[in-house]
Design a protein around this ligand. Structure first.
Ligand SMILES: [Ca+2]
Ligand SMILES: [Ca+2]
Ligand SMILES: [Ca+2]
Length: 332
């Protein structure tokens, strides 16, 4: 994308754009030569643009007041031609990676390789170890609806990244039960969520909401939550029902609360006592599943009566609910 602006309106912002591999004799990516003093360029990535200048933020070096840069990446081949007028800004450049530019360290600016994922193939997302990750203005406020160029939440891991992409560190990999799975125990049912990274520290209160799909209040307060380790430290959230808090044959939706710093997800599960094998119905097949796990201890799925161990007594739970199935899931 290339843009030439001579907009004289004050306090405009150009945000969350990717300007890459533009070529021009003079100004490659962006030109805002007149009245740019009230223009702020926020969370943009300018990379591999070639020309006399990668972008023009003022008419010339001696023109007073160029556009300001915040949380931007300027990483173009000719460091000397990064941008015209970087110094004379009404809004000082802050928290930017600017190749070859020094003099703004006290405002969080820095010069480094941004570590794009695969720029030769057009992927300008940031590697996990990029110096731009969580290097934006720490006091930068973005509302919950503000997204990056991909449409992902702009604020992740507590601090905005530099450039047009926010690195979504942590997302849900797998769950037990899986999507549309069942909670088969008479009590102390377990929902285990495994993420692709550490999720500690947890926010105060319940880290997820667990709301009945047919209406009614969040029941997350009826669960205890703990962090455990599956692959990396604290990558797994275990939610354990406190006793028999949930009625049978009821659908619930599990979602992260705002304070849990993960990519949003939706997990629907249904209570279905006796469904040891997760088939969605209590049948004789569940006897076989219990038999396979006889003797196991702890919060295991086949411990249907929540005694702490899988025994032949768990067969009676299947028998008591024989033939019951998960109701149709409410909603669209
Ligand atoms: Ca971040
Ligand atoms: Ca079953
Ligand atoms: Ca048992």
């Amino acid at each position: 994308m290339a843009l030439n602006s001579s907009d004289r309106r004050p306090k405009a912002a150009i945000t969350d754009n990717l300007f890459v591999r533009n070529t021009a004799a003079v100004i490659a990516a962006l030109s805002c030569p007149y009245g740019a003093r009230y223009l702020v360029l926020q969370r943009n990535t300018f990379a591999f643009n070639t020309g006399q200048y990668a972008l023009l933020t003022a008419g010339s070096p001696d023109r007073v007041y160029a556009a300001g840069l915040e949380n931007c990446i300027l990483y173009n081949p000719d460091a000397g031609a990064e941008a015209e007028g970087l110094m004379n800004t009404l809004y000082p450049n802050r928290y930017c990676l600017i190749r070859g530019w020094t003099g703004g360290d006290e405002l969080g600016n820095f010069d480094a390789n941004p570590q794009f994922v695969d720029p030769n193939s057009g992927d300008y997302h940031l590697l996990a170890g990029s110096p731009c990750v969580n290097a934006g203005d720490p006091s930068y406020f973005v509302g919950p609806d503000v997204t990056d160029l991909d449409g992902n939440p702009r604020l992740q891991r507590g601090r905005v990244d530099v450039g047009c992409y926010e690195t979504p560190f942590v997302s849900l990999l797998v769950s037990e039960p899986p999507t549309d799975g069942t909670l088969p125990r008479t009590a102390d049912n377990v929902i285990e969520l495994v993420f692709n990274g550490t999720i500690s520290p947890l926010p105060p209160g319940s880290p997820v909401s667990i709301a009945p799909l047919d209406g009614g209040g969040d029941v997350a307060g009826s669960f205890s939550f703990e962090l455990v380790t599956t692959t990396v430290t604290d990558d797994t959230l275990r939610a354990v029902e406190n006793g028999s808090a949930l009625p049978n044959q009821t659908w619930y939706r599990v979602e992260p609360v705002g304070g849990l710093d993960v990519v949003p997800f939706v997990l629907d599960v249904c209570t279905l006592t006796g469904d040891a094998d997760g088939s969605g119905r209590a049948t004789t097949g569940d006897y076989g599943e219990v038999k396979l796990h006889l003797g196991e201890r702890g919060d295991v799925r086949c411990d249907l009566n929540a005694s702490g161990r899988v025994t032949t007594a768990d067969y009676s739970v299947v028998k008591a609910h024989m033939g019951e199935q998960a109701p149709a899931k409410p909603g669209p």
